[in-house]
Design a protein around this ligand. Structure first.
Ligand SMILES: CCCCCCCCCCCCCCCCCCCCCCCCCCCCCC(=O)SCCNC(=O)CCNC(=O)[C@H](O)C(C)(C)COP(=O)(O)OP(=O)(O)OC[C@H]1O[C@@H](n2cnc3c(N)ncnc32)[C@H](O)[C@@H]1OP(=O)(O)O
Ligand SMILES: NC(=O)C1=CN([C@@H]2O[C@H](COP(=O)(O)OP(=O)(O)OC[C@H]3O[C@@H](n4cnc5c(N)ncnc54)[C@H](OP(=O)(O)O)[C@@H]3O)[C@@H](O)[C@H]2O)C=CC1
Length: 515
């Protein structure tokens, strides 16, 4: 049996963010690989009118947990959902629950975070920094705690091009930031936010960097490690390929491209997109948990979960594969045929935005008005372009992450552990992965019916014909206008027509001679 899987058996594990994308994949893998684990405590808040129990029921009944439901029929009994709101003091956990957590927990996986790039600094700090600090204080009071694993992001130091597995300190100490948030009002915080985040693009990356500093400072006496994934995509292999249930940045780009709404991508075709599958991140996280608890490294180690250095996926390759896949597995109700153009030049971006986005939206809205409907395309397009502009910082650049700790860990695993907890992306086939990505988006995110694919393909063929017809008509109108206004265009036109006529006459004459 795998040593790592055996380690988690009979353990009490505390997970924050278990209702999130990575949290679910983490729980699933734990139950599948170590069905004899004692209990998983999850800190959950009620949401969207659902109680804690309803949320847990919903998670366990989703497709991701299909295999777990068979392997571990009593899975429901092994999850203990604890009411908690991490943005409140003491997390609003009841006294009894807190006592149980403090006395029983063996391992903590801290996944909860606000991942929105545009979160106001106060809320980003509250969740990504203050909550982390409080959880570390709790961890310090847990006599049975063996490891604390903190999930951060590979982009916490994205103002650097080359990023090592170390903490890069922020100029202002986290404690000072936390303190200032207590007495500054929202207007002042908004005003000073750009100065505080400095070269970072948003409050998310800044607050995650502060969170790492807090982990380093407050976790000195703990057995602690940080995992930094890059852009997390759907599962690669486990429990099945293509599972995704989050509308993160890159999925938004794929959907907008798939619906034919977005053709221009602010990317340099030669840049690397550092995508990493969710199951790879979780396998590494579990291996890190085991290594930290059993081998107890002297210093806190940081592990990069990235792909670019060993199996680079270039933007151009991604664009081509995305276009090919979207033809094979089209998304429902496309506005146009999916097509991608990548550029980072401002002039080129403005040109393609006008020609390829705004012009089409205006024409479509005009068509809607003519057919007695309400125009909506320009509004939708503007919203999408606004969203995409917030991702441009990440799509238009490349980074280099070193992975010495991740490679060291891989070398410490037995062949069986390397197989069961595979986090080696050298053999990841990007073309296959993109196909499963689109399938996953279609099935699990958009909940579209696979049986509708032939009909969509037919619709796409109609759109293609309209496109050719429209372009040919535009071309002929342009030619006609030119001929009417310019002597030179008329001369060129007569030259082309007489040349074609002579060619045809010669062709006919030679055929008659042969006959
Ligand atoms: C055949 C020829 C082929 C030619 C090929 C030639 C090759 C040439 C090269 C071409 C290359 C092309 C490549 C194509 C692919 C490019 C890939 C680029 C890769 C880079 C992508 C970067 C992605 C992000 C990177 C993240 C790094 C950080 C790592 C982390 O830790 S991330 C943690 C997770 N967080 C996130 O991912 C972000 C979370 N989201 C947010 O923070 C927010 O959504 C936001 C981004 C800040 C945007 O906020 P908004 O308020 O603006 O948007 P909101 O999401 O609230 O939506 C507003 C409304 O708009 C609607 N909407 C949004 N998107 C879409 C859509 N796609 N479709 C339809 N509608 C959309 C949305 O529904 C909202 O509507 P409402 O609910 O009604 O209000
Ligand atoms: N997804 C990605 O591309 C990447 C993610 N990461 C990191 O991985 C971790 C997990 O990310 P991911 O799963 O994608 O994020 P999600 O947004 O899917 O999940 C966030 C989780 O945090 C919980 N949470 C948020 N606020 C609170 C609160 N006040 N009280 C209790 N729980 C709360 C959410 O609970 P609820 O369901 O109630 O909202 C949810 O379970 C994060 O630390 C993130 O920074 C790093 C790199 C890339």
């Amino acid at each position: 049996m795998s040593t790592i899987a055996a380690y988690y058996n009979n353990k009490s594990i505390l997970i924050t963010g278990a209702t999130g994308f990575l949290g679910k994949v983490l729980m699933e893998k734990l139950f599948r690989s170590s069905p004899d684990l004692k209990v998983i405590y999850i800190l959950v808040r009620p949401k969207s009118g659902q109680t804690l129990q309803q949320r847990v029921f919903h998670i366990l009944n989703c497709e991701l947990f299909k295999e777990v439901r068979e392997i571990c029929p009593n899975v429901q009994e092994k999850i203990r959902a604890i009411y908690a709101d991490l943005s409140q003091d003491d997390f609003a956990i009841s006294k009894e629950d807190m006592e149980e957590l403090l006395s029983c927990t063996n391992i903590i996986f801290h996944c909860a975070a606000t991942v929105r790039f545009d979160e106001p600094l106060r809320s980003a700090v509250q969740l990504n920094v203050v909550a982390t600090q409080k959880l570390l204080l709790m961890a310090g009071q847990m006599p049975k705690l063996e490891a604390f694993i903190h999930l951060s992001t590979a982009f916490s130091n994205c103002y650097r091009k080359h990023i090592d597995e170390v903490i890069y300190p922020c100029p202002v100490e986290p404690k000072k930031i936390i303190h200032s948030m207590e007495w500054l009002d929202d207007a002042i915080i908004d005003e000073i936010t750009p100065k505080l985040i400095g070269d970072r693009p948003n409050t998310y990356t800044y607050s995650k960097a502060l969170g790492e500093m807090v982990v380093q400072q407050e976790g000195e006496k703990l057995n602690i490690a940080i995992v930094r994934p890059s852009i997390v995509g759907p599962t690669w292999q486990e429990p099945f390929p293509g599972w995704i249930d989050t509308m993160n940045g890159i999925s938004k780009i794929i959907i907008a491209a798939g619906k034919g709404l977005l053709q221009l991508q602010a990317v340099e075709p030669t840049n690397v997109v550092d995508l990493i599958p969710a199951d790879t991140v979780i396998n590494l996280t579990l291996a890190v948990g085991w290594y930290t608890a059993v081998h107890r490294p002297k210093t806190m180690l940081i592990y990069h979960s990235t792909s670019g250095h060993i199996n680079p996926f270039y933007c151009k390759e991604m664009g081509l594969q995305l276009t090919a896949t979207l033809e094979k597995i089209p998304l429902e109700k496309p506005f146009r045929r999916p097509y991608t153009i990548g550029t980072t030049s401002t002039i080129s971006k403005q040109y393609w935005n006008t020609v390829s986005h705004h012009a089409y939206a205006i024409i479509y809205d005009f068509y809607l008005i003519l057919t007695g409907r309400k125009p909506r395309m320009t509004k939708l397009l503007n919203r999408i372009l606004k969203t995409i502009s917030k991702l441009e910082y990440f799509s238009s650049q490349s980074w280099e992450w070193t992975t010495y700790n991740t490679e060291m860990l891989m070398s410490q695993l037995s062949p069986e552990d390397q197989r069961v907890f595979n986090f080696d992306v050298r053999h990841l086939n990007w073309s296959q992965y993109m196909e499963n990505y689109v399938l996953g988006i279609k099935k699990y995110l958009l909940k579209e019916d696979m049986a509708g694919i032939p009909e969509v393909k037919q619709h796409l063929r109609r759109l293609r014909n309209i496109y050719y017809f429209f372009n040919t008509t535009l071309f002929l109108i342009a030619c006609r206008l030119l001929i009417a206004r310019s002597q030179m265009a008329r001369n060129v036109w007569f030259f082309i027509v007489s040349f074609c006529y002579k060619f045809l006459s010669y062709f006919r004459a030679s055929r008659m001679l042969k006959a």
